[in-house]
Design a binder for this molecule. Sequence first.
Ligand SMILES: [Zn+2]
Length: 291
Amino acid sequence: MPELPEVETTRRQIEPLLVGHCIECVLTTAPSYFFLTAPEALRRHLAGRTVKALDRKGKYLVLRFEDDARLLLHLGMTGQLFSSEATSTRLLSATARASLTPEAQTRFEPDEHTHLQFVLAGREPRVFFRDVRKFGKVQWLAPGESTARLDRLGIDALALTGEHLFRATRERKVAIKAMLLDQSVCAGIGNIYADEALFMARVRPGRAARRLTRNECQAIAISVRQVLERSIETGGSSISDYLAPDGRDGGYQDERKVYARMGEPCLSCSAPIKRKRIAARSSHYCPHCQK
Ligand SMILES: [Zn+2]
């Protein structure tokens, strides 16, 4: 599933393609649970609008327009937001690839999974939102309209501070790992990055959140930001279907220290990495380096 670094990487690459430009029209697929706003209404609202900004909150992307109307986009599990000039074999199904010559295999033509196509006035490329499993979401927000999807989110993970985390953890009887995954506390930390940040901060994922010291909260907050910023620098992770908007693979999965490394030696002390279930998610940690 795309996490904050993948969404931020997407935001940075799509921003110059949309911001400051006028949407001539939007092409959509038929109504489905992907569309929180009916496709017909989206086409009507978006035609002729100029994009003022492309923001991110947690894992949501928010297109802002001149009258402060907004378009909310969520990539879900398999959503891909990319330029029509992107090339990647990952955009094509195995059956589609098999019928093409090797040279043609990386070109992408909008298919039945391409739910939104932003056509810009007098300008290429287009921007496509494709989602095979349709767990992604798109919603139109009129000026002044709010949504619980954004309102319930806590501080953005890239802005997390030790003091914020220390205060948030005081009354919580859950494990620190569960707290880091709670989007109402801190928006945008997923399983991979929570495990990696806790390893960097040398804190075990199963530790009771309210028993953490101020210094440990400080170390965790710094680690969360560092792990996410490093992943953004390397273009995000390419686990599952995530695809950078220009079609390249992310590089962060090569830098994992603990996530999905159960039984492999810790890169600091050689102790075997352990895996434990916390808050219904698997957590990976070094029993020697993390206290
Ligand atoms: Zn270790």
